[in-house]
Design a protein around this ligand. Structure first.
Ligand code: SAM
Ligand code: ZN
Ligand code: ZN
Length: 311
């Protein structure tokens, strides 16, 4: 993922105090996201200047963006390239072939049938009712986050990351915080010796609820490559039991929130990398300060010695 984006232009609108109010239901049917304030559930927060992303539970792409891209080295001979449709680009032809999510999330079933008839359109329809399971809330320090409305067991697939499929080269200088890299073609070993062809799923302007999953240094979910029938997806999987009312989190990795990165993590867990960093920096400061004292001490000692030499 790239550099942080700011959540801008949000206006508070008073809604009826009851959650199930008509006004909220009407907002739910919109194609834009809305979220609750963390401190006051009477408020529904919606954006006034259209900077809230479009809610799209699908992959989209412009075939012309891929016109000049070379045939991926990880594609077997004879595939359609440049891609004309989503399935040409994110075809499941790698080692994830045993892990089809089936037709719907939350059921705990993984389909291992290589010739299954599961389809992306069924999956899209089955995952569009995410608001039954999750809600978006404004957090204090991390922008909008995703909260569970029911408990989930470890290993449950909770959703998939959607957005616009972009070439890596087109996003080279981007500061977009909603980019998810996904390999295309045959998947190699977990730690390939050389970079293998990949693309970005860009959720900045268009995406689904998973674009709001924040980072935690004690994450309870991972993004994992899986498939729906013969289409590759980046699934969100619970890696521990998650209670109702908990904020979902993933680990963005050391390059995003690490000991030497510019960005500071506000996940707040005791083992947080930025807390560790703060502790280390404090210890360094102390050492430095001590060093200065020692230096001053040395100078003092020198000055005591100096007269002796002078004498
Ligand atoms: C993919 S977005 C997550 C959704 C975002 N909170 C929003 O409101 O759209 C990633 C951005 O969320 C914020 N964020 C996520 N996790 C965070 C954390 N642990 N501490 C501070 N900011 C965080 C940062 O601004 C980060 O660049
Ligand atoms: Zn299947
Ligand atoms: Zn942290």
């Amino acid at each position: 993922m790239g550099v942080p984006a700011t959540t801008v232009g949000i206006t508070k609108r008073r809604t009826s105090p009851r959650r199930g109010s008509l006004k909220i239901r009407r907002l739910r049917s919109r194609d834009r996201f809305f979220w609750y304030s963390a401190s006051d559930s009477d408020f529904c927060l919606i954006n006034s200047n259209n900077s809230v992303p479009e809610q799209v539970n699908d992959y989209t792409f412009a075939p012309s963006d891929f016109r000049h891209e070379l045939y991926p080295t990880t594609f077997p001979a004879g595939r359609v390239w440049p891609p004309r449709k989503v399935e040409d680009l994110v075809c499941a032809i790698g080692s994830e072939n045993t892990d089809c999510v089936g037709n719907t999330c939350y059921n705990g079933n993984i389909c291992e049938d290589l010739d299954c008839t599961h389809t992306l359109s069924d999956w899209k329809a089955a995952t569009s009712d995410w608001e039954k399971y999750f809600e978006l809330r404004m957090t204090e320090h991390r922008g909008v986050g995703v909260y569970t409305k029911r408990a989930f067991r470890q290993g449950t697939i909770l959703g998939w990351y959607t957005g616009e499929l972009k070439t890596v080269s087109s996003m080279e200088y981007s500061t977009n915080a909603y980019l998810m890299e996904i390999e295309i073609g045959e998947l190699g070993p977990d730690t390939p010796l050389e970079p293998i062809p990949s693309i970005f799923i860009d959720g900045e302007q268009r995406g689904n609820w998973t674009r709001f999953i924040n980072h935690s240094c004690a994450a309870d979910c991972v993004f994992r490559i899986m498939r729906v029938g013969n289409t590759r997806i980046m699934a969100v999987e619970a890696i521990r039991d998650i209670p109702r009312g908990k904020e979902l989190s993933v680990d963005y990795g050391q390059e995003y929130y690490g000991l030497t990165t510019k960005k500071i993590c506000a996940c707040g867990v005791p083992e947080c990398i930025s807390r560790k960093r703060a502790r280390l920096e404090k210890a360094m400061e102390k050492k430095k300060a001590k060093g200065k004292e020692v230096k001053i001490g040395n100078v003092k000692r020198c000055s005591r010695v100096a007269p002796t030499i002078l004498v």
